[in-house]
Design a protein around this ligand. Structure first.
Ligand code: 2HG
Ligand code: ZN
Length: 466
């Protein structure tokens, strides 16, 4: 170990390598899941230094755990429990190399924060259109393939990634920072790394596609009597305002109730009882208000939809106050966390089955685990639902591990097997859900993924233990 640390210090400088517990500890615990122990931490500040770290670790037979902003939700960026991994923190790899408004791309280092990139882009009327409550680094977003609240309009990272440069376990830099939107010359190297949890290499630079920043947005919060009413609204909005629709976020009653009670500075939006589902709708456009009044368009569309709906599924429609509504949306995760024990699921099902899935899942859980609160919310526009199960640990007897296992078995089998859904819609794969990857992902797909891992990383430098 001391020979390894000496070699890393010689390559990076003494201040860029530490095995002190105080330095290691901030990388050892994940935001929600993940708890391990690192051998040391290094802070490379250029793509070449990242590659050099991997080369040196390879020469000493050490394993490596890359980490970005530590905002992941499946424990994939924290070290395992072995105490044998060198954590490679990418926070100093944070230069925006170039912004090209004609190519409409940005070339950024892997450790650039989403907020940092968007602050730089705003004065140019551009944005990197992945919108999240968290503030991850671009490299972490690539290997997770993050989605977020505006995927409906702009797509996920996969759809906005053009080129990558990657430090491979053999200590080389590979890839091409091209700006070609069209390039049918065989396999797409950049796409190979998307959603792989950093298993094949570390993204050192990326070329991402930018979108023109909207000049206006209009928001509404709609009270829907049930999930079917929310889905009817989605269809109605897509057919009448489709090219403007940027977000369609749904919040179930229990999640809304807890968030309004626990969140900071939130005004209850509706008078009286909370609806079964609140839908946050956002339209946006690059046209300015003189040419198109989006807020009036949204209001008229929602009123017409409510009047024409034979089921009378829309109970209340509030237009405007976008900041208030987004503030509620972005405080759900933390509010639920304060409420009790949370077991979070990041699921998707075909959009047409979202209401049916929620009703069925709620009924099954009420029968088997009545003490669990069913808090669902998420990106219904893309079939995504974050089901967070919340309970008071004081009222539950028995082995918590067993309870956890039962709940996961029930929710995942219902979602994947009975509803043809996904056990990881947008948070990726990590130790938290690895066993479900092994169970639900088709064997030929796992075989190709393993072959690629073998190719890029034959010694298993980026492989976790447990
Ligand atoms: C969101 O949509 C995030 O708010 C987090 O993906 C979801 O906390 C969660 O489970
Ligand atoms: Zn989400």
């Amino acid at each position: 170990m001391s020979a390894l640390l000496d070699a890393l210090r010689t390559a990076l400088g003494a201040g860029r390598v530490s095995d002190a517990a105080a330095d290691r500890s901030r990388y050892e615990t994940g935001w929600r899941y993940g708890k391990g122990e690192a051998m040391a931490v290094v802070w490379p500040s250029s793509p070449e230094q990242v590659a050099t770290c991997l080369r040196i670790c390879g020469e000493h037979g050490a394993r490596v755990q890359p980490i970005g902003a530590n905002t992941g939700l499946v424990g994939a960026s924290n070290p395992d429990a072995s105490g044998e991994q060198v954590v490679v923190s990418l926070e100093r790899l944070n230069r925006i190399v170039e912004i090209d408004p004609v190519d409409r791309v940005a070339v950024v280092e892997g450790g650039v924060l989403l907020s940092q990139l968007n602050e730089e882009l705003a004065p140019l009327g551009l944005m990197f259109p992945i919108d999240l409550g968290a503030d991850p680094q671009v490299g972490g977003m690539v290997v997770t393939n993050t989605g977020g609240t505006r995927l409906l309009r702009y797509g996920d990272v996969r759809r906005n990634l053009i080129g990558v440069e990657v430090a491979l376990p053999d200590g080389t830099l590979a890839g091409r920072l091209h700006r070609l939107r069209k390039n049918n010359t065989g396999l797409d190297f950049a796409q190979l790394f998307v959603g792989t949890s950093g298993r094949y290499g570390i993204v050192t630079r990326a070329v991402v596609q930018l979108a023109p920043r909207p000049r206006q947005t209009a928001s509404a919060l709609v009270a829907a009597s049930d999930g079917t009413a929310a889905l009817d609204l989605l269809r109605g909005l897509e057919s009448s305002t489709g090219e403007f629709l940027t977000a369609f976020e749904v919040i179930g009653r229990e999640a809304l109730e807890i968030t309004l009670r626990r969140g900071a500075n939130l005004r209850p939006p509706f008078q009286g009882e909370l609806p079964d589902y609140a839908v946050l709708v956002e339209l946006s456009s690059t046209l300015d208000r003189d040419r198109l009044d989006l807020e009036s368009l949204l209001e008229e569309t929602l009123v017409a939809h409510a009047e024409d709906d034979p089921r009378e599924g829309l109970v209340d429609v509030l237009v405007g106050r976008g900041e208030d509504f987004w503030s509620i949306r972005h405080q759900i995760t933390e509010s639920l966390r304060e409420e009790g024990k949370v077991l979070a699921f990041d699921l998707s099902v075909p959009r047409s089955r979202l209401a049916e899935f929620s009703d069925e899942m709620r009924a099954r859980l009420a029968r088997s685990h009545p003490f669990v609160r069913f808090c669902d919310y998420g990106h219904w526009g893309d079939g995504g639902t974050h089901l967070n199960l919340v309970w008071d640990p004081a009222v539950v007897d028995g082995d918590p591990e067993r309870l956890w296992g039962e709940l996961r078995e029930l929710v995942y089998t219902t979602c994947v097997e009975d509803f043809d859904g996904s056990f990881s819609a947008e948070h990726g794969v990590g130790p938290h859900n690895q066993m479900w990857y092994e169970r639900f992902v088709a064997a030929p797909v796992q075989a190709v993924a393993s072959l690629l891992a073998e190719h890029f990383d034959p010694a298993g430098m980026l492989r976790r233990r447990g």
